[in-house]
Structures are given as C-alpha cells and as structure tokens.
Design a protein around this ligand. Structure first.
Ligand code: UTP
Length: 297
C-alpha cells in the first residue's frame, strides 16, 4: 500500500548571503513577495498538498520566523473591533495549529543535506516532503500537490525537475535520465553542479522533493565535500545506486529563484501583475517605464 505524505521539512537555516545586508537581521524566508513572506507561499503550497506536520530546520538569528507563526491576540482584537474582516482572514493563514509545527536547530550551516538530516528524529517510516521556500512556484495546481498525486502512483523518491539552458546547468543538481515518460522521468544518476559542458541532461532539480526515510539513513553516511557541505543530491543518488526508484517530475508552473536578487525581482513583477487589486496600477507603471526607456534610447 502506498503511504501518504503528511510531513514536510522546510530547511531555512542557510545564511542567505546573497541578500546581505538585509539578511543580517531578517531571515531570507521573511523577505516579502508583494505582501507575504516567502515562507507563507511555501506553507500554503504544503497545506494544499495535504501536509499536516511542518518541520522547520532553523538557525541562530531566525526567530522572526517562529514569531511569524504565532497568534497575535492584540492585533486580531483590534482588527475585529475595526471590522477589518479581510485582514483578519489574511492573518488566519499565518496561524498554525498547536503541535503542527516543530523547530529543529542546525547549529552550523553544513549544507542542505545536513539541514534535512537534522530533522531525522521527527520523521517516521513514511515518505516526507522537503520544500525550499526560496524556490517560489506559480502554478494553477500547486507544485507539491502535483507531485504528491504522481507519487501516489510511483512511490519511491521524487524530485521536481525543470528544463534549463545548458549554460545554466552548472548552478543546479542535474538528472541523468534513464527513461523519459513525459511529465515523469526515471533517474539513473544525479550530479550536483556539474562542470560546464558535463551535465548529463538539461533537467535540473529544484526545491521540491518527496523522499523516503532511507534518504535520511544515507545522509548519515555522507562526509562533507570540499566546501564543508553535505549535499542532499548525493543522498538521493545513493538510492539509485542501491537499485531503488528515483523519479524526476516535470511540474507544470513557473519557478522563480527568490534566493537570487534577479529572481526575486522577477517574482515581484509576476506576482504583482497576477494580483487583481494591484494589476491595473502596476501594469500602467511598467508600461510607462518601458515607454520612457525606449524614448531615452
Ligand atoms: P542556498 O543554497 O540558497 O543557501 O540554500 P543560503 O545560505 O540560503 O543562501 P546564500 O547562497 O548564502 O545566499 C538552499 C536552501 O537550503 C537551506 C537554505 O535555508 C535554503 O532554504 N540551507 C542551506 C540550510 O537550511 N542549511 C544549510 O546549511 C544550507
């Protein structure tokens, strides 16, 4: 019988150096896309996929994240008094049921694999999801929900995959594809950040995973690479080496790399234009900006 995915790990212990100086005091996951922090998009996506337990791997300086999910009784009382129902609704999405959320500390930033491994004692025998909140995905059906549905058929490990241009492949984990079945591919290997020209395919892994608990066992056996980091990709690749199934899933949707400044700006434009309450004014501004640029050339 296929097991349900009800737990998700959110690794949020990275240093976020690409957003310094902002991330000196504000966790990257609290940076705001339109009017919601990145972490809210990740939580909403997880909820839509049926996740019931939310495990955050955090680090020093990330307490704003914990505060974000707390109830705010005074604020709520004031909004209620003022009849601000819409804002109250928006706040509701940030509240977590008691016991549904857990925080684990990663004491040293030793990479994504290490961060996921820190949560091993909270994962039982069922498959679990991993969501990287800085990969924001705009999709009609949320990406993790697409993956959970596909995973109900396949079992095994599954990673979200996206076609990238060859020159970009060395920034990602890249899949070595055994069989391409359209939205699903079977994987015979995975390479983390392959040197230019040596990527086994143009299918890059992005920040959504459904993993078996065996990956956590593999993580225990991996020694840090040269940069002192333990790669999640290596622990998933070990599953393939041991003859267990790993799938890449070509999700339907657009992914924004909100861990980079350019990606964050692109996401801001896309999500701003997608919002009915902002679209009109924002589109008019962008048009006037483009017209001004053209005139100046
Ligand atoms: P990144 O590669 O984006 O690293 O991590 P980073 O530290 O967050 O950001 P930069 O590169 O310094 O700007 C990918 C994901 O893995 C988590 C991050 O929080 C992010 O969600 N991570 C990374 C950890 O939880 N722990 C780590 O040691 C490294």
């Amino acid at each position: 019988m296929k097991q349900k995915v009800t737990k998700a790990i959110f690794p949020v212990a990275g240093l976020g150096t690409r957003f310094l100086p902002a991330t000196k005091a504000v966790p990257k996951e609290i940076l705001t896309l339109v009017d919601r922090p990145l972490i809210q998009y990740a939580i909403d996506e997880a909820r839509a996929a049926g996740i019931k337990e939310f495990i955050f791997v955090t680090a020093r300086g990330k307490s704003a994240l914990e505060d974000y999910f707390d109830h705010a009784p005074e604020l709520e009382a004031k909004l209620r008094r003022d009849g601000k129902e819409e804002l109250l609704e928006a706040l509701k999405a940030t509240n977590m049921e008691s016991g549904a959320i857990a925080y684990i500390r990663q004491h040293k930033a030793m990479g994504l694999g290490h961060a996921v491994g820190c949560a091993r004692r909270l994962i039982g025998r069922e498959p679990f999801a991993v969501i990287l909140p800085d990969d924001v995905i705009a999709a009609e059906k949320p990406c993790l929900q697409q993956m959970v549905e596909a995973h109900e058929e396949t079992g095994g490990c599954m990673v979200a995959a996206m076609e990238v241009p060859p020159e970009a492949a060395s920034s990602y984990g890249v899949l070595d594809v055994a069989e391409d079945m359209g939205s699903l591919v079977t994987v015979r290997g995975m390479v983390e950040k392959p040197p230019a020209g040596q990527a086994p395919s143009n299918l890059a892994v992005i920040g959504r995973y459904i993993l078996t608990p065996r990956v956590l066992v593999n993580l225990q056996r991996i020694r840090p690479a040269a940069g002192g980091e333990i790669q999640l990709t290596d622990a998933i690749a070990m599953e393939v080496q041991q003859g267990r199934p790993v799938y890449g899933y070509r999700f339907r949707g657009e992914r924004f790399d909100c861990g980079s400044k350019a990606g964050f700006l692109q996401a801001t434009v896309a999500f701003g234009l997608a919002r009915e309450d902002l679209r009109h004014e924002f589109a008019a501004y962008l048009q006037s900006l483009t017209a001004m640029r053209r005139a100046a050339q």
